[in-house]
Design a protein around this ligand. Structure first.
Ligand SMILES: Cc1cc2nc3c(=O)[nH]c(=O)nc-3n(C[C@H](O)[C@H](O)[C@H](O)COP(=O)(O)OP(=O)(O)OC[C@H]3O[C@@H](n4cnc5c(N)ncnc54)[C@H](O)[C@@H]3O)c2cc1C
Length: 346
């Protein structure tokens, strides 16, 4: 009989990704006909435990303390290890957040188990728990089992609905943990202002920009500044997440006039990322990789291209607008602006 443990660091209430992993854990426990427990760590994990009090877990474990509030390898790994031992877990499931992704392999090693990251599905195969993962840059999906235990997993975001339920009072069992050799101290966090942060995993729409935005246009002009304005206005008005083709982000390294807000972090595709969003809109983009691989997990896809014969846009988009993206996005921004003013966004 498997013993399942949902695990997560806490910085207040459980994140959306954590609630999705909790729902996946619960579903796997139901499918296996077994129970699961919850293990949390942080400054005050009781609040997160109370928020998920009705999730059906048989036990709640927590490592509590100010030193566990900060994202730091030593304390995160020690807390997770202590929780895994306290629960006697054979399968430990956490959200693919930066903190869990970083310590997952170390925790598995400490517990004598095996880790797997980028899990996109949990199921039962011939009576045994199984996971789904994508291989070869998200071109093939595999389902695999392991005999080694504990099996320590990081579940990707967007693969299950987040657990929802009424808060209550969770009977939390305190777990002792004294991490050795704590040397790093987090003295502050530097992050981009919300408006400069163009990668938004929670957004409903992925907006993909291609190199066409920086190419000579039918009137013979290059209009990078205008492109920049159209794109930034759209992101501000729609709160979409920004993806880009490799060609476009590479331009910035070549000293060519380009879109200054793009980095390689925005790149989607075979050598970029494969984000999950309900909808996608690609603009001025011809490449195979962004269309086939970058869009792998996008629900509904549309593209704007001047090239009516672009095989990738035609083959991979549900709707292709053969049009000038400059003109289309100007019109779209005009339509969005009054709504954004009403919503108080601008
Ligand atoms: C090993 C390898 C890995 C790669 N990995 C990736 C990857 O991860 N991600 C990736 O993106 N690429 C990747 N590439 C590159 C990829 O093959 C393409 O070269 C690239 O994606 C093309 O970029 P693009 O579509 O932005 O530009 P282009 O091919 O230059 O296409 C620009 C398009 O914009 C259109 N256009 C121009 N002006 C307008 C306008 N005003 N309105 C509408 N449309 C307009 C043009 O008609 C054209 O179709 C990889 C290549 C290799 C060899």
């Amino acid at each position: 009989m498997e013993t399942l443990l949902f695990i997560s660091p806490t910085e207040g209430p459980l994140s959306k990704n954590a609630l999705e992993a909790l729902a996946s854990t619960k579903q796997l426990a139901d499918s296996l006909g077994t129970t699961f427990s919850v293990g949390l760590w942080g400054d005050a994990p009781q609040a997160a435990a109370d928020g998920s009090a009705a999730c059906g877990a048989t036990k709640f474990f927590a490592v509590t303390g100010g030193e566990f509030a900060q994202s730091r390898y030593t304390t995160d790994a020690s807390a997770a290890e202590a929780l895994g031992r306290a629960a006697g877990a054979t399968i430990i499931i956490g959200p693919a957040c930066s903190r869990w992704n970083r310590v997952l392999a170390g925790v598995a090693h400490r517990l004598g188990g095996r880790p797997d990251s980028h899990v996109t599905g949990l199921s039962v195969s011939e009576g045994a728990p199984a996971i789904s993962r994508w291989y070869y840059r998200q071109r093939m999906e595999g389902v695999m089992t392991r005999t080694q235990r504990p099996w320590v997993l990081a579940v990707e975001s967007g693969i299950a609905p987040a657990w929802q339920g009424a808060p209550g009072t969770a009977p939390v069992e305190a777990v002792g943990c004294a991490p050795a050799g704590v040397r790093s101290k987090v003295t502050g966090i530097e992050s981009l202002a919300a408006d400069q942060q163009t990668i938004r995993p929670e957004a409903d729409l992925l907006f993909v920009t291609g190199a066409g935005w920086t190419k000579k246009q039918p009137d013979g002009q290059i209009k990078v500044e205008e492109a920049q304005k159209r794109i930034l206005d759209f992101l501000r008005l729609s709160r979409a997440s920004l993806g880009s083709t490799k060609s476009l982000v590479d331009l910035s390294g070549e000293g060519v006039a380009t879109l200054t807000f793009l980095t390689h972090m925005n790149q989607v595709g075979q050598t970029g990322s494969t984000p999950r969003h309900p909808k996608g809109l690609s603009t001025c983009c011809h490449g195979e990789e962004p269309h086939t691989v970058g869009w792998r997990f996008i629900g509904e896809r549309r593209a704007i291209s001047l090239d009516a014969n672009c095989g990738w846009a035609r083959g991979k988009a549900d709707v292709l607008y053969v049009a000038d993206a400059f003109a289309v996005m100007e019109k779209v921004n005009d339509l969005l602006a009054p709504k954004a003013v009403l919503d108080g966004d601008i």
